[in-house]
Design a protein around this ligand. Structure first.
Ligand SMILES: [Zn+2]
Length: 259
């Protein structure tokens, strides 16, 4: 007979859907949580509203929230569109500027269109040779280049740090996650978001160290952070860069509802 390990669920999704407000419609999720003492609202950019309520307690309807918290919701909507416009990865073709390893590289376009356009990195600018002079086409070339570069640049960094930390990495995957910069799985796979290539080298190192530390410390425990700061004294700067640039992921810092 199988003995299931007793596992108490601490958080459960009780309702989700889409709601309308005067400013626009948004997605929402309502969770019941054993640790929650009061109703809490959080706005996740790109994801919408999350409401956490005390375990099995009655909770306000989403219509009530829309009515009572309209000012706060308006603020969330405005902040979201401000951050969306700031996303430097969504208008590369128009701006002709590429964020790359903590720098911003201007793009120069050369020559008549060819079947296979080329991109070359020259000192601190990018030369795009043989592309059509159409913003969307240019953007596609630049994004493809960034993804290719991310593999070339990030993999050797992982190899070097894994060796130094004595972590057996089985696989490095470069992914197009919309929600996170990186992750580590128990199958010894490190997944890195290609958008990390926009970050300064010290930030990339922090991310790799952070993920590889999860090999020995799966959770963000005190011991985990102690180990991270031991390997990467500059971890706090790395962490703030990721938070301040999370608009690059189309997924933003949650905004806590205050008051
Ligand atoms: Zn982590």
């Amino acid at each position: 007979m199988k003995h299931a390990k007793k596992h108490r669920v601490t958080r459960k999704l009780v309702q989700s859907g889409s709601a309308d407000s005067a400013i626009g419609s948004f997605d929402y999720m309502i969770y019941t949580d054993r640790r929650a003492r009061v109703v809490k609202l959080k706005w996740y950019y790109g994801k919408g509203l999350t409401m956490t309520v005390p375990w099995k307690a009655r909770f306000p309807s989403i219509e009530t929230i829309v009515l009572k918290k309209s000012e706060w919701l308006k603020h969330c909507f405005e902040e979201e569109s401000r951050l969306m416009n700031q996303s430097t990865l969504s208008n590369l073709g128009v701006s002709k500027k590429v964020p790359y390893m903590g720098q911003v590289l201007p793009v120069r376009i050369y020559g008549p269109p060819k079947k296979a356009a080329e991109i070359n990195l020259h000192e601190d600018e990018l030369h795009l040779v043989g592309s059509q002079d159409v913003d969307e086409v240019i953007e596609t070339h630049l994004i493809k280049w960034l993804i290719r570069q991310s593999r070339l640049v990030l993999c050797p960094i992982v190899d070097r740090i894994a060796l130094a930390m004595n972590v057996p990495v089985r696989l490095i995957t470069i992914r197009n996650q919309r929600t996170r910069w990186a992750s580590w799985s128990s199958s010894k796979t490190i997944s890195l978001n290609w958008r990390l290539i926009t970050a300064p080298p010290s930030v990339i190192e922090y991310v790799v160290i952070h993920e590889l530390t999860h090999h020995r410390h799966p959770n963000h425990s005190k011991e985990f952070w102690k180990a991270v700061s031991g390997t990467c004294p500059d971890w706090q700067n790395g962490r703030s860069w990721l938070i301040n640039n999370s608009h690059l992921l189309h997924y933003y810092r949650p905004v806590n509802h205050r008051g």
